[in-house]
Design a protein around this ligand. Structure first.
Ligand SMILES: Nc1nc2c(ncn2[C@@H]2O[C@H](COP(=O)(O)OP(=O)(O)OP(=O)(O)O)[C@@H](O)[C@H]2O)c(=O)[nH]1
Ligand SMILES: [Mg+2]
Ligand SMILES: [Zn+2]
Length: 299
């Protein structure tokens, strides 16, 4: 007799197997059946129970969205069915503007709302520079929440209200404090942070697997992920890419050519906005880089 099909959510992925949580809170170890496309954290999946603790993963339900990066031939999935992206940055070590820009563009292109968390505001080192580097994003209307994740009460007060009823992916470079923030918000998580791993002599990345946690109060979910070093967006087509730069919207409407690439065309409204200071030059430079990486990936 075939086992009945159940539905659950992937809370962590480990190579070829997954931890899937059922509605009743049970967590089962699942192995994909046959040559299934890769499931990832956040996916709602169909599973067939095989005993007390295991199941086979038989299907991936239609995704609302999927956040991933792609560099040359390699693609890495971050998470699926995400409501918002919380990019964690800090002044010490100083965050990369390029990576932040890519993360936001990846989010906008996937119709996911981004929020920036500026962490480690208890440290003076790099703080003024971090504020300057974030200014263009504030101008764009992106919320910047300033916290010290070491101040648990403050972090909870400022961040928790933004997580209610949503699935939020924490993303950022290594050592920005994602897991420290997670531990402040979900004390039961007890995720390893660099302070522990330095003591244990672990490698540069403290978090090695993506994992979904439930907030103890309310209804939100928070996904912790390993630090990102590269964020290729070669999978975006021209339309996705434009979506990824909401500040181009105004200028685009007056581009002379319908298929304008906003790089060199005469009568380009985006270039006109760039000249007028309505589009930040660093953002247009990022667009140029992403455009050329995309063209390169196609050949
Ligand atoms: N001063 C200060 N240090 C912090 C703060 N938040 C985190 N840290 C420290 O920064 C280091 C890195 O924190 P983690 O939480 O491990 O960073 P992560 O972003 O999870 O790193 P990966 O898992 O490698 O991606 C640890 O030593 C933390 O104690 C903060 O608000 N202020
Ligand atoms: Mg971590
Ligand atoms: Zn144009």
């Amino acid at each position: 007799m075939n086992a009945p099909t159940l539905s659950g959510r992937v809370i962590s992925a480990h190579g070829r197997h997954y931890m899937v949580e059922l509605q009743n809170g049970d967590v089962l170890l699942c192995y994909p059946r046959g040559k299934r496309k890769d499931a990832c954290v956040g996916d709602w999946v169909d599973i067939a129970r095989q005993g007390e603790t295991e199941a086979s993963l038989t299907g991936i339900q239609t995704r609302k969205n999927l956040l991933h990066r792609s560099d040359d031939q390699r693609t890495k999935q971050f998470a699926a069915n995400v409501d918002q992206l919380m990019v964690v940055v800090a002044g010490n070590p100083m965050f990369s503007e390029d990576l932040l820009g890519r993360a936001l563009t990846g989010a906008w292109a996937a119709s996911v709302d981004p929020i920036i968390v500026l962490n480690k505001t208890d440290e003076q080192k790099g703080l003024a520079q971090a504020h300057r580097k974030l200014e263009p994003y504030r101008v764009l209307g992106v919320d910047v929440i300033e916290i010290s994740a070491l101040d648990v009460k403050q972090a909870r007060q400022r961040v928790l209200p933004r997580l209610e009823g949503k699935t939020t992916l924490l993303l950022g470079q290594s050592a920005m404090g994602k897991s420290t923030l997670l531990n402040a918000l979900v004390p039961q998580a007890q995720a390893a942070t660099q302070t522990h791993s330095v003591a244990l002599g672990a490698g540069r990345h403290t978090t090695t697997a993506t994992r979904l946690y439930h907030l103890p109060e309310g209804t939100g979910d928070l996904i912790d992920s390993p630090g990102v070093q590269t964020f290729g967006l070669a999978h975006l087509n021209a339309e996705d890419l434009e979506h990824g730069f909401p500040e181009f919207e105004h200028g685009r409407q007056s581009c002379r050519f319908y298929n304008c690439t906003h790089l060199h065309e005469p009568g380009c409204g985006v270039l006109a906005d760039l000249k007028a200071g309505l589009v930040h030059p660093d953002r247009h430079a990022l667009y140029q880089r992403l455009f050329s990486e995309k063209a390169f990936a196609r050949t």
